[in-house]
Design a protein around this ligand. Structure first.
Ligand code: HEM
Length: 412
């Protein structure tokens, strides 16, 4: 997946020798309104947690020139995206996909987005971070359990072949846009351990637990700690049925994470001191079921004073509930070996980008650092000592019927 291209596709078809055909789709009109409506089609584990597809590709693309795109480009994009819904069943056994548009894209138009869409330009969210901002016009996210589905979809979008899964693509996406950056990700128990053997920055013998889906050794995305899809869906305005998506990329310093800390310290810094003291997390944390239990440990300042350390999840959770206790962010992060480094692509869906920014700022733990000298800006402060943001971009994911180069007022 990371290599991509025709050679990768044929190698993958040869290696996997898939005897199962890839199921075809029902067409764009029959697939869900929200391009982000994946949950109803995903596998769940024993506890009911949604399992993301195993393989992901992110294509960051830009239009030529400075002004708004014309109707030719709009119909080209539609003719490249619509066949995806014909070619592939909507689900991990086929293909899940979405396209989102950045503030820079909407900046091409004279008109502005309605108040119902909260989509600022990205900015630093901590005094110590210096990400590169992804200000390409659009982001295509493809996800599947089938590498052959993912690669053939990408090849059709980029014009390397005229069809995918026996469906003709009248146009390629790249007839209208240029792919500026291609990134890949995966989410699968055991895969971080496997990848760890050949990855820069992973100490040997490879300490990444074999039962973990994350490089940092834990499970994530527990159902009770995730927003529902309906919660993150825009309720009104011209883009009702869509959502917003913040996507960042985080390099992980695994040498230090595994070298400097014992398992209890890792549980403390990922979840909370209480989780470690009470032995709540066994191994990668599959025993947590569908709820990490952070709602019982939200007094982060008290934990900082008593233990001199605070946890990542407890800090983030403080800003991740509305007044009625609903979770605000739907995280869909996947691990990556792009550039031969362990990193995490972190897409988060929410009603408005301000929700994401509030949760990310809560992760800074500024109040915990002010409460005791033991907790510093990045030290003993959740996982901040071990993760470094490299890139961040914000996107509006319109409803499916407006996904081809939408105008800011949502007119067709
Ligand atoms: C390499 C980077 C990261 C790793 C390995 C990581 C891992 C985890 C883990 C293991 C949990 C607990 C299980 C769960 O509830 O899913 C968690 C919770 C969470 N993380 Fe992260 N995370 C990372 C970065 C981020 C970032 C950048 C944000 C920014 C907003 C974030 C926001 C959250 C939130 C909101 C929760 C749930 C808290 C709640 O219960 O509301 N994480 N993370």
């Amino acid at each position: 997946m990371a290599a991509g291209g025709a050679a990768a596709l044929s190698a993958c078809v040869e290696r996997l020798r898939p005897d199962e055909p890839i199921p075809d789709g029902d067409g764009a009109d029959a697939h869900p309104t929200g391009q982000h409506e994946w949950n109803g089609f995903l596998r769940t584990d024993e506890a009911g947690n949604h399992q993301l597809p195993r393989h992901h590709t992110f294509l960051y693309c830009s239009l030529p020139g400075d002004g708004p795109p014309g109707s030719d480009a709009r119909s080209t994009v539609a003719d490249a995206l619509d066949p995806l819904d014909e070619a592939f069943a909507w689900g991990p056994e086929g293909l899940l996909h979405s396209v989102g548009y950045s503030p820079a894209y909407f900046g091409r138009y004279d008109g502005s987005l309605p108040d119902s869409v909260d989509l600022p330009r990205p900015e630093p969210l901590a005094p110590f971070e210096t990400p590169t901002f992804d200000e390409q016009d659009l982001l295509v996210h493809l996800a599947s359990d089938r590498p052959d589905a993912l690669l053939s979809a990408e090849e059709a979008l980029t014009g390397e072949r005229g069809s995918a899964n026996d469906v003709e693509f009248p146009d390629a996406l790249t007839d209208a846009v240029t792919v500026e950056s291609r990134r890949t990700g995966f989410m699968e128990v055991g895969r971080p351990h496997e990848e760890g053997d050949d990855l820069a920055g992973v100490p040997q013998p490879n300490p990444i637990p074999e039962d973990a889906p994350l490089f940092m050794g834990f499970v994530a995305g527990l159902r009770a700690n995730q927003a529902t899809e309906s919660y993150v869906t825009l309720p009104d305005g011209p883009f009702a049925g869509g959502t917003t998506k913040a996507v960042s990329n985080w390099r992980q310093r695994l040498n230090d994470w595994y070298g400097e800390q014992d398992p209890d310290q890792r549980v403390t810094e990922m979840f909370s001191p209480g989780h470690a003291a009470e032995g709540l997390v066994e191994g990668a944390g599959q025993n947590l079921g569908d709820d990490s239990g952070v709602d019982d440990v939200l007094d982060v300042v008290a934990d900082a004073k008593e233990h001199g350390r605070v946890g990542h999840a407890q800090k983030a959770a403080r800003a991740n509930r509305d007044d009625e206790g609903n979770v605000k962010l739907l995280r869909r992060h996947v691990e990556s070996t792009d550039d031969d480094e362990a990193s995490l692509h972190f897409p988060a869906l929410q009603r408005g980008i301000s929700d994401f920014e509030e949760v990310r700022r809560a992760m800074n733990g500024t109040d915990a650092a002010e409460a005791t000298p033991a907790v510093r800006q990045r030290v003993n402060n959740g996982i901040l000592e071990y993760i470094f943001v490299r890139r961040r971009g914000y996107f509006l994911v319109p409803p499916r019927n407006l996904r081809a180069l939408p105008r800011p007022d949502g007119s067709a």
